[in-house]
Design a protein around this ligand. Structure first.
Ligand SMILES: Nc1ncnc2c1ncn2[C@@H]1O[C@H](COP(=O)(O)OP(=O)(O)O)[C@@H](O)[C@H]1O
Ligand SMILES: [Mg+2]
Length: 278
């Protein structure tokens, strides 16, 4: 405020107002990026020189034959490979512009910001409700009665509430495979991640559960950024905005999903998306 009583619009004050209207305004558009990333196990190079950005609020599908390095790449993005014997990386992965391997980075925080869902549902050996709030408890995001609210909200979000509301204290292992996967998704969402990494999340599920998970993925956009490995080319086409094709230790092609499937630029991509290669 100046003496005249007129507010002075400084860059800071304008930014503060705009950020209050749209909290994401000042955040980098690319939530996650790999820069010249090379991944090896021992002497074996799994992937060379991958450059990619993951724009906020999009779904990227990773496709390619078995053994092409999709899981290795995905697991590197939240440092799941760090402790794997023989694993080495060159290049970098940036989370909102900062290296995930920076000294100042806290691994638990990275895992909270970049959540993960695997091929096989992996509920913890505890009650259904405790599964949903496990991460919330660990990160002290909520406690006591708030945990019940978190559990209900997240179970409703993934469409499981009606099925489990009368058995919240039961074991999750009697749920169907599809329900267990939705429970794991509820658990991943509960800690408020920015990015979700999914490694063939529906390959062990029946068609109806698969459809439920695909619908949820679309519903999570644009609040979340998703990277999903899938063997199901129909799924990649249905859910993703852009697709990366890995083959023979390289990122062969990356582009808008429709373009990559309809008019691939590389012969190997064309063979793969047309079912002529494993
Ligand atoms: N822990 C590991 N140690 C050594 N090699 C591994 C390890 N994990 C995966 N690999 C190798 O890395 C390559 C890529 O595997 P992976 O990333 O699982 O491929 P995809 O998910 O595309 O099927 C394969 O040749 C696999 O044998
Ligand atoms: Mg894999």
């Amino acid at each position: 405020m100046e003496e005249s009583g007129q507010p002075t619009a400084t860059t800071e004050s304008v930014n503060a107002v705009l950020s209050a209207i749209d909290p994401d305004r000042q955040r980098p558009r690319d939530v996650l990026a790999a820069e010249r990333l090379t991944l090896r196990f021992g002497a074996k190079t799994i992937l060379s020189d991958v450059d990619v950005t993951f724009p906020r609020g999009t779904i990227t599908a990773l496709i390619g034959p078995t053994g092409s390095g999709k899981s290795t790449f995905l697991r590197t993005l939240n440092r799941m490979n760090d402790k794997v014997y023989g694993f080495r990386h060159e290049g970098d992965v940036l989370l909102e512009g900062e290296s995930i391997w920076d000294r100042g980075q806290d691994l638990l925080t990275i895992r909270r910001r970049i959540g993960m869902l695997f091929q096989r549902p992996n509920p913890f050996p505890m009650s259904i409700k405790d599964n949903v709030v496990a991460g919330v408890r660990a990160h002290r995001i909520a406690r006591g009665k708030q945990l019940d609210v978190v559990a209900e909200t997240r179970l409703r979000e993934v469409g499981l509430w009606d099925a489990v509301k009368d058995r919240l204290n039961d074991s999750p292992y009697r749920l169907s495979g599809g329900q267990q996967q939705l429970l794991c998704l509820a658990r991943a969402l509960a800690v408020g991640p920015e990015v979700l990494l999914l490694d063939e999340p529906t390959s062990a599920l029946d068609p109806l559960s698969t459809e439920a998970v695909e619908n949820l993925m679309r519903a999570m956009i644009p609040a979340l950024t998703i990277v999903v490995v899938t063997h199901n080319l129909g799924q990649a086409r249905r859910v993703s905005d852009s697709t990366m094709f890995f083959y023979d230790g390289r990122l062969v092609e990356h582009g808008p999903t429709e373009a990559l499937f309809a008019s691939p630029r590389q012969p190997d991509t064309e063979r793969y998306v047309n079912g002529l290669m494993g």
